[in-house]
Design a binder for this molecule. Sequence first.
Ligand SMILES: NC(=O)c1ccc[n+]([C@@H]2O[C@H](COP(=O)([O-])OP(=O)(O)OC[C@H]3O[C@@H](n4cnc5c(N)ncnc54)[C@H](O)[C@@H]3O)[C@@H](O)[C@H]2O)c1
Length: 358
Amino acid sequence: MPETAGKIRIAVIPGDGIGKEVIPEACKVIEAAARAGGRAAEMVSFDWGADRYLADGVTLPADAPEMFRREFDAILLGAMGDPRVPSNQHAADILLGLRAKLDLYANVRPCILLDKKYTPLAGRSETDIRFTVIRENTEGLYVGVGGFFKKGTADEVALQEEVNTRKGVERVIRFACEFARRNGLKKLCMSDKSNALTFGHDLWQRVYHELRPEYPDIAFSHLYVDTLVMQMVRDPSQFEVIVTCNLFGDIASDLGAQLAGGLGLAGSGNIHPGSVSLFEPVHGSAPNIAGRGIANPVGSVLTSAMMLAHLGWDRESRWLDAAVRASLREGKTTPDLGGSMGTKELGDWLARHVAGHS
Ligand SMILES: NC(=O)c1ccc[n+]([C@@H]2O[C@H](COP(=O)([O-])OP(=O)(O)OC[C@H]3O[C@@H](n4cnc5c(N)ncnc54)[C@H](O)[C@@H]3O)[C@@H](O)[C@H]2O)c1
């Protein structure tokens, strides 16, 4: 974990659509926490996204990853995606580019219900939905290895390869074990589909069984991914940490986000331990509501709380978390959660709540 006691320097990439609305609110809340804690958070904004791409073709400058490593403690990103760029080229270059070039191999997605009225599961409360999905973030089916044969004909073949490396599988399972230990958690479920994916997920099985003896304090379990998602709905209270591959983690964490109140509340971190890491809300750029000032900023504020905790600002992180809990309890919400507040109005409310700690 970086040593950033007094001052942190954050690279801010609001991106597209509602990213440009929610990220300024998150920055406002971070600034309030820094002031309340007598610390300094310097935030430097980068205008990369669809507007910039359409204006001059720039997506992710070649020196950006190294510059982030050298000059920043963390990166806060909003969302990428714009209907004017159907190829999504800029999003792929910026978001996937940073994940790959900074080798952000662990995607951490907390699925923690902050107020029971926001879960779609009947009879479930805050104590039942408190787990974190750790998704392998650099390999699997998302590496873009594949191709077409006879494309556009009746005989077309499309191949998409899943890549699992010994190093990649081991480091993400180990990350999940260390994450559990660091957070005082005891239960870790590894999920794969080794009954059907008999090569790649056989590797997951072997690595999982090899690592288990190193963590005698952790109660391990294994579920095939189809059973995992059924169990997440049937009894989410059985999970504390779930670790799985890129594709399954993508899907399971969105299900988990929904169980914990929906996309508007979900935050995530793309982590490479000991190096600059990237934090982003789980939601996309939501073109259907962009520009209307009604996007929920809470996902970005909880993402910022994760970032601050990662940088060692535990107290400030807890203030952000407490402000969000208070807003949900008091029904201070945007329309996606049934409230009537605007993005900026809620951001101001959260910043005032955080400032109340000074
Ligand atoms: N990490 C990312 O940057 C990321 C993630 C997902 C999607 N995308 C991109 O975003 C664009 C839109 O994708 P999508 O519509 O599938 O997903 P989305 O997350 O943008 O929106 C899905 C639905 O949830 C709502 N929603 C999302 N976030 C919200 C918030 N903070 N407050 C209130 N409502 C919210 C939207 O209005 C929409 O109805 C696409 O270009 C996609 O590629 C980017």
